[in-house]
Design a protein around this ligand. Structure first.
Ligand SMILES: Nc1ncnc2c1ncn2[C@@H]1O[C@H](COP(=O)(O)OP(=O)(O)OP(=O)(O)O)[C@@H](O)[C@H]1O
Ligand SMILES: [Mg+2]
Length: 269
C-alpha cells in the first residue's frame, strides 16, 4: 500500500511544515496511525510536535546507525528511543542533520537510498498507515533521500513570480530520480497553492502560468489555502487547526480535511 508522503519545495517559507503538520492531524482525526518524520535540520516540525524532548536522539543518528561503515563510530540508538509519541508520532530532526551529506559522502551504499532502506528495515512502515516527511528548502541529498523513500509528494507553493521556476526544478528532479533506475517512482499527489490571495491579478497570472506548465496533469492542482490568521495562531500555539472548536476554524478544518481525503483516495487506488 502507498503510505509515505513527502512535502517538498526547494523554495523556503511556502508552507511545507505547516501543511505537513495539519495534514498529519487531519489523517489522525480519521483514525489513521500517522508518523511524522522531520528531515529538515531547522527542526520546525519537531518543535511543533515535541514537548521539550532532547534532540540528540534524531533521525540523523538513526540514518547513520543504519550504515555498516559508520555504525561503529556512533552510539547505538533504537528507533523506540527516538520516537516521540503523541496524537501523531514523530521522529525528530536536529541541527546535526545538516552534516548528513558530508558524513555519508564516503559510504559504499547508494546514498540516495539510505532513508528508504532505513524505513524498510525499521519495521516502521508496518506500524503506521501514513509516514509524512517534512523536507528542507533545498534539492540536496536529504530531499533526494526523501523522494526516493516516498510513494507520493505534495508540493505546496506560493503563486508568485518565482514559483514556476520552483515547480519546473522539482519536475526535473523527479525525472532525474526516475532516470537513475534505482526503483524510486514517486507519484505527485498534489500541487497546493498556499497563502493565496486571488484578488491580486499577479497571483492569478502566476497560477495560470503554472497550470499551463503542468498541462494535462491539471487534476493534481488542489483547491489551495488562503492566508488564514487561524493557521498562524494555531502554529504559534503549537497546535493543529483541529484543536480549535470556534467557528472561524471550520473552513480551515474543511480545507485540511479535503487534502486528507485526497491523500486517502490516492493511497487506496
Ligand atoms: N495558509 C497559511 N496562512 C497563514 N500563514 C501560513 C499559511 N501557511 C503557512 N503559514 C505561515 O507561513 C510561515 C512559513 O510556513 P512554513 O514554515 O510552514 O513554510 P516552509 O515551507 O516549511 O518553510 P521552510 O522552507 O523554511 O521549511 C509560517 O509562519 C507559517 O505559520
Ligand atoms: Mg519547513
Amino acid at each position: 500500500m502507498k503510505k509515505v508522503i513527502s512535502f517538498v519545495n526547494q523554495k523556503g517559507g511556502v508552507g511545507k511544515t505547516t501543511l505537513a503538520f495539519n495534514t498529519a492531524h487531519a489523517l489522525a482525526k480519521k483514525g489513521k496511525r500517522v508518523l511524522c518524520l522531520d528531515l529538515d535540520p531547522q527542526g520546525n516540525l519537531s518543535y511543533l510536535l515535541s514537548r521539550g524532548e532532547s534532540r540528540e536522539r534524531s533521525i540523523f543518528q538513526l540514518l547513520i546507525n543504519s550504515l555498516k561503515e559508520l555504525k561503529t563510530l556512533h552510539l547505538p540508538l533504537l528507533v523506540s528511543e527516538t520516537l516521540v509519541r503523541g496524537e501523531v508520532d514523530l521522529i525528530p530532526a536536529g541541527q546535526d542533520l545538516s552534516g548528513f551529506e558530508l558524513t555519508v559522502s564516503g559510504v559504499q551504499f547508494p546514498r540516495p537510498l539510505i532513508l528508504k532502506r532505513f524505513l524498510e528495515n525499521s519495521g516502521l512502515l508496518d506500524r503506521y498507515d501514513y509516514v509524512i516527511i517534512d523536507c528542507p528548502p533545498t534539492l540536496g541529498l536529504l530531499v533526494v533521500n526523501a523522494i526516493c523513500a516516498t510513494d507520493g509528494v505534495i508540493v505546496p507553493f506560493k503563486a508568485d513570480e518565482f514559483s514556476l521556476q520552483g515547480v519546473k526544478h522539482f519536475y526535473q528532479m523527479l525525472a532525474d530520480i526516475k532516470d537513475m533506475g534505482i526503483g524510486a517512482n514517486p507519484e505527485i499527489i498534489s500541487l497546493v497553492p498556499n497563502m493565496q490571495d486571488l484578488r491580486r491579478k499577479s497571483e492569478n497570472d502566476s497560477l495560470t502560468t503554472i497550470k499551463d506548465f503542468i498541462g494535462e496533469n491539471e487534476q493534481y492542482m488542489s483547491q489551495g489555502f488562503t492566508n488564514k490568521s487561524g493557521i498562524l495562531r494555531a502554529i504559534n500555539e503549537k497546535k493543529s487547526v483541529f484543536h480549535f472548536e470556534s467557528k472561524e476554524f471550520l473552513p480551515i478544518k474543511e480545507e485540511f480535511g479535503a487534502l486528507g481525503a485526497k491523500i486517502e483516495e490516492w493511497a487506496n487506488v
